[in-house]
Write a protein that binds this ligand. Structure first.
Ligand code: ATP
Ligand code: MG
Length: 404
């Protein structure tokens, strides 16, 4: 693993010099690690403005919002940063606090793979854009740190946007993962129904119970070996050069940590491994060996959890669900009436006609977002005008997705 710019392994605590772009990236990582959400425009304007010594009226102007709103968002932001950094952060001390913040490395080979910032640990790659300069000896020995360690690698996790309803699904997932300690949970549903979104939103509710949290998208159809190497590098701090070649050894190495440490692995876009032309759940040629990984995680005794998102369940998941209690599947359906919030967000008019639109598009949030944008653009938000056309609008993006 490559070092950070200017990072000193001998002195794992460092002082920072940062410009405003670096501070935004840094703060974004901290906020994401704490809340699972990236900075929004107003939060970004607050940080930028504060860094440049601006007052709230000016910040509000830059953020295109009222001063009151900017102050409210800022107060929430200072709270999040205070929690993450384990010290009081506010507008007047933001700059000095972040400059003073010291970084320490806390994994078992503690100067290798994980950076601790206040209460959370973050994978260094997510912080690569930050310039680490002058180093100095630690003022507090690392051994004295008794905070539970959370190692996260959420590089592959997409941005979170607005999210409505799904309260009962989130509660179910939380129950399965935390109370029932399920080893494998498959979130299933048609493209656009919200699998990725719900997995992102369950994270803040459960991640505090896991020592290791890693999110990987299989959207590019990586081989099993590539995925396993990725997991091992994160979970076991092993450099690429020390990894075995055979799939069997990689499999056993990737399972090594799961019994002794509570690890949460999220694999998104698992459908890319499955064949679209065969019986549901069958693998594409070359990807059949993923079956061994899913079986091992579902069948063997350990303390970790794999969440996988897919259009359909890989075939062995169905069997495991029947035979083994700690394996579950959650079938996601449409949003129902709550999808109206999407229309409200998009500024659609005539709420009395929304139900019909939601039914037509089966409450699929992605489809509803696309059609709402189209109604806004072509009909100025008037839903009735759109409904006069007795046809199903798909648009190019939807057609392409449905084609798959
Ligand atoms: N509950 C929700 N409320 C509002 N928007 C949502 C909700 N769920 C999903 N969305 C939005 O719908 C779109 C599709 O969601 P998402 O990407 O999670 O679907 P998906 O099931 O993962 O699709 P795919 O299988 O193609 O990856 C995104 O823009 C997402 O923000
Ligand atoms: Mg998805």
């Amino acid at each position: 693993m490559s070092d950070f710019v200017g990072y000193n392994r001998e002195n794992p605590r460092t002082y920072l010099t940062m410009d405003v772009e670096e501070i935004l990236k840094f703060a974004d990582n901290l906020v994401f690690a704490k809340t699972g959400k990236h900075l929004d425009n107003v939060q970004e304007a607050i940080l930028r403005g504060t860094w440049q010594g601006q007052k709230y009226p000016k910040i509000a102007e830059e953020a295109h919002c009222s001063e009151g709103h900017a102050r409210d968002v800022a107060s929430e932001l200072w709270k999040i940063l205070s929690d993450v950094l384990a010290e009081n952060v506010n507008k007047s001390n933001l700059k000095s606090t972040l400059k003073r913040q010291q970084f320490s490395i806390v994994s078992s080979h503690y100067w290798k793979d994980t950076v601790q910032i206040g209460n959370v640990n973050i994978c260094p790659e997510t912080l690569q854009s930050i310039n680490f300069t002058k180093t100095r000896s630690p003022s507090t020995p690392i051994a004295e740190n008794t905070q539970p360690q959370i190692h996260q690698d959420l590089r592959d996790a997409p941005d979170i946007s607005s999210f409505y309803n799904r309260t009962s699904e989130l509660a179910t997932l939380q129950e399965w993962i935390l109370q029932e300690r399920c080893r494998l949970v498959a979130i299933l549903g048609i493209s656009g129904i919200g699998k990725t979104a719900i997995a992102l939103h369950i994270l803040p509710q459960i991640q505090h119970q896991f020592e290791y949290v890693i999110w990987r998208s299989l959207g590019t159809s990586p081989t099993l070996e590539t995925t396993l190497k990725n997991l091992i590098k994160f979970l076991s701090n092993r450099p690429e050069t020390e990894l075995p070649v055979s799939t069997e050894e990689l499999l056993s190495l990737s399972m090594e940590k799961l019994p002794s440490h509570r690890c949460l692995i999220i694999l998104d876009d698992v459908q890319t491994l499955l064949s679209s032309r065969q019986i549901a759940g069958n693998y594409r040629p070359g990807y059949e060996n993923y079956s061994s990984l899913f079986k091992l995680i579902g069948e063997t005794c350990h303390n970790s959890c794999l969440i996988l998102n897919s259009w359909e369940p890989p075939r062995e998941i169905v069997a495991l669900t029947r035979e083994y209690a700690p394996v579950r599947t959650l079938q996601l359906n449409g949003l129902g009436a709550a999808a109206g919030d999407i229309f409200r967000e998009k500024g659609l008019l005539e709420p009395e006609k929304w139900e019909s639109l939601i039914k037509t598009y089966r409450g699929n949030p992605l489809w509803l977002k696309i059609v709402a944008a189209m109604i806004q653009e072509l009909f100025g938000g008037r839903v009735g005008e759109f409904l006069k056309y007795d046809m199903l609008f798909l648009g190019e993006e939807l057609k392409a997705r449905l084609q798959q």
